[in-house]
Design a protein around this ligand. Structure first.
Ligand code: 13P
Length: 271
């Protein structure tokens, strides 16, 4: 059993910043450099709490140069990838290219992909397959809209997305999978799911993973919460025993604020 106030984690917490369509490559480098300095000053232990950023595709080469050149321990990933590896897919980006740029992760099925680009669970599954083919760890995003939340159907809806996006994938291929629960009504709205809501869904997701796969897989898989996370609310959200980290949008664009989020243990311990 996780007892975070004792400083023991079952799973390494992951604080991830999704920059979305913000920060050109020059701005991105400045942000990443500032984040690295701030975390270094705070003597952040990256083995204890992993820190990742998801910049736009056009920043990735610059991010790779900075991370490799300065030996940064911050890891990074892509906000999306194609389900295909190469060919006549204008505008799409292959997982193979992302792996060459040193990406460790790829987001799959972010709600903005699902709503703006009508991505289905089936496409998400094919993208997870593509990520795995190129040794990118998929971070699958799922979560309900306001209607499902208000009708009390949020758990069933979110688990349906989980099952649909993982259909036909086996436990061995999915090793390392990260699931991010992001209720759509809490994204970019300032509305944040309460710590109980985040814990309720993270526990339901873990239980479902145990049903679909094994108890060991469910225990090892990290489940993050995303939606209006800030330094002022991160500690209470991450206090839930099944919530293993945060996927942060807006607040990840401010290096000091994002560093504070990554340092959530400081707030946990002082509560
Ligand atoms: O979508 C999100 C992260 O992927 C959450 O965004 P906000 O933190 O801006 O609400």
């Amino acid at each position: 059993m996780t007892n975070k106030t004792d400083g023991n984690f079952d799973r390494t917490p992951l604080i991830a910043g999704n920059w979305k369509m913000n920060m050109d490559h020059a701005q991105g480098i400045a942000l990443l450099q500032k984040l690295a300095w701030t975390l270094k000053d705070a003597k952040h232990d990256f083995q204890r709490v992993e820190v990742a950023v998801f910049p736009p595709f056009t920043d990735l080469r610059s991010v790779q140069s900075l991370v490799e050149g300065d030996g940064l321990q911050i890891v990074y990933g892509a906000q999306d990838l194609s389900d295909q590896d190469s060919g006549a897919y204008t505008g799409d980006i292959s997982g193979e290219f992302l792996a060459k740029l040193g990406c460790g992760y790829a987001l799959v099925g972010h709600s903005e992909r699902r709503t703006v680009h009508q991505e289905s669970d089936e496409l998400c599954r094919d993208k997870i397959r593509a990520a795995i083919r190129h040794n990118l760890t998929p971070m699958l995003c799922i979560g309900e809209g306001l209607d499902e939340r208000q009708s009390g159907n949020h758990v069933a809806f979110t688990l349906e997305q989980l099952r649909g996006s993982l259909a036909d994938l086996n436990e061995k291929e999915l090793e390392g999978l990260v699931v991010a629960y992001e209720p759509v009504w809490a994204i970019g709205t300032g509305e944040v799911a309460g710590p109980e809501d985040a814990q309720e869904m993270a526990a339901a997701i873990r239980e479902e993973l145990g049903t679909l796969y094994s108890a060991d897989f469910a225990r090892a898989t990290r489940v993050l919460y995303g939606g209006s996370v800030k330094s002022s609310n991160v500690a209470s959200i991450l206090a839930g025993s099944d919530v293993d980290g945060a996927l942060v949008g807006g607040a990840s664009l401010d290096a000091e604020e994002f560093a504070k989020i990554a340092r959530f243990e400081q707030h946990l311990l002082s509560n």
